[in-house]
Design a protein around this ligand. Structure first.
Ligand code: CU
Ligand code: ZN
Length: 236
């Protein structure tokens, strides 16, 4: 029934005229689906057991089992925080093991449909795409991330994915790619499905957790920022 509702909402959005672009329309549809979901469940599905509505999730990234040993062995974690059901998602990305190239490079990270790592990252399926839209409008299209000295450190806010509701990414996979995401501008069919982001280097399954991993990561992130500033000041 919900998928039918999503399809109807999408049709209405596509048929409507106005100044909204596609991204705004998809955001509105996600918000509407979330609202209906909360009404249907009386809020129980997203409130959890405590009074604090904040949701946290963790994803321990491991190299894809289908890769050769000679390929980069990327490890680390992706942590998520959502302050309330329906709110935009925040994430910390902390990964290492990329080749330490002299120049910075850019790597794509997405949410894929299945939390199945039985065939390495190959069994995680295509991009998670609950509204049957084109890339890069999938809720888990996190875009490109800069890799410096073999590491990737980033905090991002305002992400469209959710840890609750009918389009939750919990139990699905985060996949780290070898290449850059062309953000749908590659001029071929794959570009509108996956951004031609290349091989799947590493992945993990998103699972709910308590607030402690997020707090530790936030502290570590602040410390690293301070150190970077101190180094920049010394160099100046
Ligand atoms: Cu991907
Ligand atoms: Zn996508």
């Amino acid at each position: 029934m919900l998928s039918l509702l999503c399809a109807c909402l999408l049709l209405v959005a596509c048929a409507s005229e106005g100044s909204f672009d596609m991204e705004d329309q998809i955001r509105d549809i996600h918000a509407k689906v979330m609202e209906i979901w909360q009404e249907m469940t009386g809020g129980r599905a997203v409130r959890g057991s405590s009074a604090d509505p904040t949701l946290h999730a963790a994803c321990e990234v491991r190299p894809s089992a289908s890769l050769d040993a000679s390929e980069p062995q990327v490890t680390g974690r992706v942590l998520f925080r959502q302050l309330a059901p329906g709110a935009r998602l925040e994430a910390f990305f902390a990964l290492e093991g990329f080749p330490a190239e002299p120049n910075v490079s850019s790597r794509a990270i997405h949410v894929h449909q299945f939390g199945d790592m039985s065939q390495g990252c190959e069994s995680t399926g295509p991009h998670y795409n609950p509204l049957a839209v084109q890339h890069p409008q999938h809720p888990g299209d996190f875009g490109n991330f800069v890799v410096r000295d073999g590491s990737l450190w980033k905090h991002r806010a305002g992400l469209a994915a959710s840890l609750s509701g009918p389009h939750s990414i919990v139990g699905r996979a985060v996949v780290v790619h070898a290449g850059e995401d062309d953000m749908g501008r590659g001029g071929n069919a794959a570009s509108l499905e996956n951004g031609n982001a290349g091989r799947r280097l590493a992945c993990c399954v998103v699972g709910l957790c308590g607030p402690a991993p997020w707090e530790r990561q936030a502290q570590e992130h602040a410390e690293r920022k301070k150190q970077r500033w101190a180094r920049a000041c010394q160099a100046a």
